[in-house]
Design a protein around this ligand. Structure first.
Ligand code: ARG
Length: 455
């Protein structure tokens, strides 16, 4: 018990259950030991520990780190959280000198430090998982630069696009997410340790050296803020929730495009599920679950926001619940991203089902009239009338156009209303023309590679 002196009775068993956090924060084990190792150095440099004491503490901590790494560390019923577990074990290993480790430190600045370290350690895994999915999208795009598919707005057939363009349209949101994760770093890599419980450490530790040693960019400038600041949690959860939204939008389209009605895509059997009742069914459960996980990620963000909104100054025990959100979000992302990547890698594409009818080229027809000097609004009306006529007569837009050729002059319907040519006209940077898509692919691929290194 950490506060034994003041109390005459030990904690009630039920109270203990609510109060403990080891069941969640045991995941901070390695970071907790690392923080303590640096703290030993800081205390020694400040003249609080003799070199001999520091050395003994270091030996104990090194052994604890090893026990964690090898899964040999034995937790006890009486360990309230990861910090108490490590300190208890240190006492068993090195004796009384272990009692000097917590000098000038509080679990308040300790847990905030551990948590930030954990995220600094773990976020690269999320970035890599994003990158792996991006690589698959890029690969699938490269296979389909000249595959024409119907593009939709309002889920209504709009204009033909390149399937590569579609794949890449799901690459860029993830690129921004990865950027967002990197931009979180300057606010995440701030060292709280040395803030004490709330007012700052009363011993002359060099917090800047401590920050450098632990890989932080800076030491926090205000101890009250340092022990309570969880902005990095919320920012991360927002990014996680947004990744969820991006994955969910992709998933929704996979669900739609694998229906018999669309048939653009087919899931490989390894990434589909069957029905217990209907023998013919092949279901996109994994993509439906992706939509559902997006809801969960969003709930985690909302949970953390609510956790923080009314906390009075400095540390409050509510903050013990913050880790849960981040662990859950991270586990969810690291579960989801690789599955989607693998499923997309094996996704079968059926270009023959991606039929383009001439109505989807009505804009091209109007554009052609524009090229002949007709103002766009007028061209739009003319083609609109033609569409109506074709629909009334039950003929294709191509046939209807042919009937107009005499009056419209030099228009060649088979050229204007050719889907591949329609694509090729959109050669503008960012457009769906194969040439533009190739340039896009090149940029995407170089960005994917250049951000490969995590500092
Ligand atoms: N287990 C606690 C947490 O995760 C550690 C900090 C406890 N601090 C305190 N003053 N009770 O937040």
């Amino acid at each position: 018990m950490l506060w034994g002196g003041r109390f005459s009775q030990s904690m009630h068993g039920l109270a203990w259950k609510l109060n403990e956090s080891l069941s969640v924060d045991h995941r901070l084990a390695l970071q907790d030991v690392r923080g303590s190792q640096a703290w030993v150095n800081a205390l020694q440099a400040a003249g609080i520990l003799t070199p001999d004491e520091a050395q003994r503490l270091h030996q104990g901590l090194a052994q604890i780190a090893e026990e964690f790494a090898q899964g040999r560390f034995v937790f006890q019923e009486t360990d309230e959280d990861i910090h108490t577990a490590v300190e208890r074990r240190l006492g068993e290993l090195v004796g009384e000198v272990a009692g000097k480790l917590h000098t000038g430190r509080s679990r308040n600045d300790q847990v905030a430090t551990d948590f930030r370290l954990w995220m600094l350690d773990t976020l690269p895994q999320v970035e890599t998982a994003l990158q792996d999915l991006q690589a698959v999208l890029l690969q699938r795009a490269a296979e389909h630069v000249e595959t024409v598919m119907p593009g939709y707005t309002h889920l209504q057939r709009a204009q033909p696009i390149s399937l590569a363009h579609w794949f890449l349209s799901h690459f860029w949101p993830l690129q921004r997410d990865r950027q967002r994760l990197q931009h979180l770093r300057p606010r995440l890599a701030i060292l709280p340790l040395g803030s004490g419980a709330l007012a700052g450490c009363p011993f002359p530790v060099d917090r800047h050296a401590l920050a450098r040693e632990l890989g932080f960019l800076e030491a926090s400038p205000n101890s009250l803020d340092a022990v309570a600041d969880r902005d990095f949690v919320v920012e991360y959860l927002f990014i996680a929730a947004l990744i969820g939204v991006h994955l969910s939008r992709l998933a929704e389209q996979i669900v739609l495009y694998t229906t018999a009605e669309f048939g653009f895509f087919e899931l490989s059997d390894a990434f589909a599920t069957g029905s217990s009742l209907m023998p013919q069914k092949k279901n996109p459960d994994l993509f439906e679950l992706t939509r559902a996980k997006a809801a969960y990620l969003n709930a985690l963000l909302n949970g953390a926001m609510n956790l923080l909104k009314a906390l009075p100054s400095a540390y409050d025990k509510d903050l013990q619940e913050d880790k849960r959100y981040v662990f859950e979000a991270t586990d969810t992302l690291l579960l989801l991203l690789p599955v989607i990547a693998a499923a997309l890698r094996e996704l079968r594409v059926h270009p023959e089902r991606m039929k383009i009818d001439a109505f989807m080229l009505a804009t091209d027809l109007a554009d052609e009239l524009v090229r002949q000097g007709i103002p766009f609004r007028q061209a739009h009306r003319k083609v609109g009338e033609l569409v109506r006529k074709a629909l009334e007569q039950g003929i294709s837009l191509e046939q209807a156009t042919l009937q107009e050729v005499a009056t419209w002059g030099a228009i060649q319907p088979q050229v204007v209303l050719d889907p591949l040519r329609s694509l090729a006209r959109r050669e503008v940077w960012g457009g769906t023309a194969p040439q533009a898509v190739r340039a896009q692919l090149q940029l995407a691929s170089s960005l994917l590679k250049s951000q490969n290194s995590h500092s």
